[in-house]
Design a protein around this ligand. Structure first.
Ligand code: ZN
Ligand code: ZN
Length: 408
């Protein structure tokens, strides 16, 4: 049974995640440990008319080894053939699948300076590629399958085999692969998300006000012409794709200079291979001016200082507290899942969700309030008592979230 479910999942990723087109090339990033799932994706893609599947393999142990043992200067260079590969494929409109299964604490204890420098060098070198991804010029999809180390981090009390099996169950449930028609399930789900998107876009809120007992007390202005999205996206090539599997969020961008107050994270965050926990930010005119973390404070401070835009925000996302991933009670230590169990923000790069963005320059977008950065990090702020109130341009106050869930 599980073999059929894995096949259904791979087909879902290929047909709805990237929506592969005849003659299109596909790049798959995958840990070697999860090669069987990459093969299923490749086969589904070829069967749908994909021209060529190109693999980018990685391996947690080799990644950690490199950070510990490689010559120091390599962290300041992004290899030109990597840049060439991603630039060439994204320029021709290829599709990208990223299979993510990293050990959440993979780089614990590694020199944070090496991590930061590697992020800066690749961030700068891959600017053109990243811009094509954030503006959805090419279809892309991030999905996950269990690795042993990740499964053990999620279910530390189980043996490895049981932990992997249980993580498979949780992942398949989150993407609604249940042995029935997975594609139809996914279509029904994205239609549900679209209902909230339409309501939010109808109000065209000027400001959102957040409050809960965890200590979040924050106002967030939204840029003029912003719009909310959820579930699926339209690529520059015209095809509809779903960039995240699972997805439960509806999201837009904040005005980068107009967030004020305190925001408190309600879940740990695995970032750059290190778990950060118990953290909060104080924000003034959009900029993070104070950071506290009980665990991983140095990594967090590095994360918001990789460039100027890293200390400003780029995403506002709404996820009901009462939603399937949240109700599963599983803490995944993987942002793809944890962000879809909780309202969240991201610091760093904004997805340019402003009407007419495709005809605006980077400078024009920034002027409208869209943040620019080489980084984009989601962190979770949802709680059972979270209240979010929207304020329209006429000053009308509308309850968006009450008791952690949509009020409409
Ligand atoms: Zn998000
Ligand atoms: Zn995000």
């Amino acid at each position: 049974m599980i073999e059929k479910l894995k096949r259904d999942y791979a087909e879902l990723v290929v047909r709805k995640g990237i929506n592969i087109q005849k003659g299109q090339r596909l790049s798959i990033t995958c840990p070697v440990e999860c090669a069987d799932f990459a093969r299923l994706c490749a086969e589904a893609a070829y069967d749908a008319g994909c021209r060529e599947v190109l693999m980018r393999w990685n391996d947690d142990e080799l990644t950690r080894m490199k950070y510990l043992k490689a010559a120091d200067e390599v962290f300041d260079v992004c290899n030109p053939w990597v840049v060439d590969y991603l630039d060439t494929l994204s320029a021709e409109g290829a599709a990208f699948i990223s299979i993510y299964a990293e050990d959440p604490d993979l780089l614990n204890g590694v020199d944070p300076d090496r991590i930061k420098r590697a992020q800066i060098s690749s961030g700068k070198a891959l600017e053109a590629y990243r811009a094509r991804m954030t503006s959805s010029e090419c279809p892309w999809c991030v999905c996950s399958v269990p690795s042993k180390a990740w499964a053990k981090a999620v279910f530390p009390d189980l043996n490895e085999e049981d932990a992997v099996a249980k993580l498979w169950d949780a992942i398949l449930a989150s993407v609604r692969v249940d042995g029935g028609d997975a594609i139809r399930n996914w279509n029904d789900h994205t239609e549900e998300l679209r209902k909230h998107v339409d309501i939010l876009n109808g109000y065209n809120f000027k400001t959102l006000r957040y409050k809960n007992s965890a200590g979040t007390d924050l106002t967030v202005d939204l840029p003029e012409g912003h719009y909310w999205s959820g579930g699926d996206e339209k690529a520059g090539t015209g095809v509809i794709f779903s960039p995240n599997m699972p997805t439960e969020e509806v999201f837009t961008l904040p005005h980068k200079d107009s967030m004020n107050g305190t925001v408190v994270a309600t879940k740990p965050l695995s970032h750059n291979g290190t778990v950060i926990d118990g953290f909060s930010f104080r924000v003034e005119n959009g900029k993070i001016v104070e950071v506290h973390a009980e665990k991983g404070e140095e990594i967090l401070k590095d994360a918001i200082s990789v460039d100027e835009g890293a200390s400003y925000f780029g995403e506002v996302a709404l996820v009901p507290y009462d939603s399937p991933i949240s109700n599963s009670g599983v803490l995944f230590f993987n942002t793809l899942f944890d962000e879809n169990a909780s309202c969240h923000f991201a610091f760093g790069e904004a997805y340019p969700q402003i009407e007419g963005a495709e005809n605006m320059s980077r400078d024009e977008l920034r002027e409208r309030g869209a943040n620019a950065s080489i980084t984009h990090v989601d962190f979770m702020v949802g709680s059972p008592d979270l209240e979010i109130t929207g304020i329209t341009h006429d000053g009308e106050e509308v309850a968006i979230f009450r008791n952690g869930n949509f009020a409409f």
